[in-house]
Design a binder for this molecule. Structure first.
Ligand code: CA
Length: 226
């Protein structure tokens, strides 16, 4: 895996680079937002770790630049504790995950491994969660191989949530995605669809948790305790 690490805190980059290399990953380090905005478009990286506070061009702007120009690799944001609004905006702008500084290196590594796996799944156009498999190109959801019938809108919402399984999908992002189906799609409509999917997925080993005031997380249900 080749990682683009964009961070201007020298001590932090030294530690992170060392830990990533110890995992056997290649690491390119940049400390300047302007350089990073170009480096992310070369198609050479599997995942990026992007600090929000950068000289010359801030991380949010870099992220938007990448996404607007079609870069699809997973991006993990590094944020300060007091940057909650930025974290939300970052997820809206196409970030896949974030870590709040200071963080533990093992946690960063675990998150990056997960993002790498997810990126590989996305490349194969298949999303997997628990016993559910979504073939994105075929628009087909299966549970233990059995087809699960969903309406196109339910499927679009499922794809959005499964593509970010385990992470919060902001409600306004859902509204934006599903508005192409219904011009007056509202936050209330989101609740209706979430309610329907919960009923469908209740027996299929997948749950959709509400994160109050923010959005929803889809994840595999805890196995029933013996
Ligand atoms: Ca910084």
């Amino acid at each position: 895996m080749r990682v683009l690490l964009v961070e201007d805190d020298h001590a932090l980059t030294v530690g992170v680079r060392h830990a990533l290399q110890a995992e056997g990953w290649r690491v390119d380090v940049l400390s300047c937002g302007e350089q990073a905005s170009h480096a992310g478009l070369t198609g050479e990286h599997d995942v990026a770790v992007l600090d929000l506070g950068l000289p010359r061009r801030d991380g949010m702007d870099v992220l938007r630049h990448w996404r607007q120009r079609g870069a699809t690799f997973p991006v993990l944001l590094l944020t300060a504790r007091d940057q909650l609004a930025d974290r939300v905006a970052g997820l809206d702008a196409g970030a896949d995950d974030y870590l709040v500084k200071p963080f533990d290196l093992p946690e960063l590594l675990a998150r990056l491994r997960a993002l790498g796996r997810r990126a590989a799944g996305r490349a194969e156009n298949t999303l997997m969660l628990g016993e559910l498999t979504l073939h994105v190109a075929d628009r087909e959801l299966r549970h233990r191989g059995e087809r699960v019938a969903l309406s196109p809108r339910e499927l679009a919402l499922t794809e959005l949530l499964m593509g970010k399984a385990g992470r919060v999908v902001p409600k306004d992002q859902i509204v934006a995605r599903l508005s192409s189906w219904e011009s007056d799609f509202s936050e209330n409509s989101v609740e209706v669809y979430i309610h329907r999917l919960r009923k469908r997925f209740g027996e299929l080993g997948v749950v959709i948790r509400t994160v109050r005031g923010f959005g929803y997380v889809m994840e595999a249900a805890e196995p029933p305790s013996a």
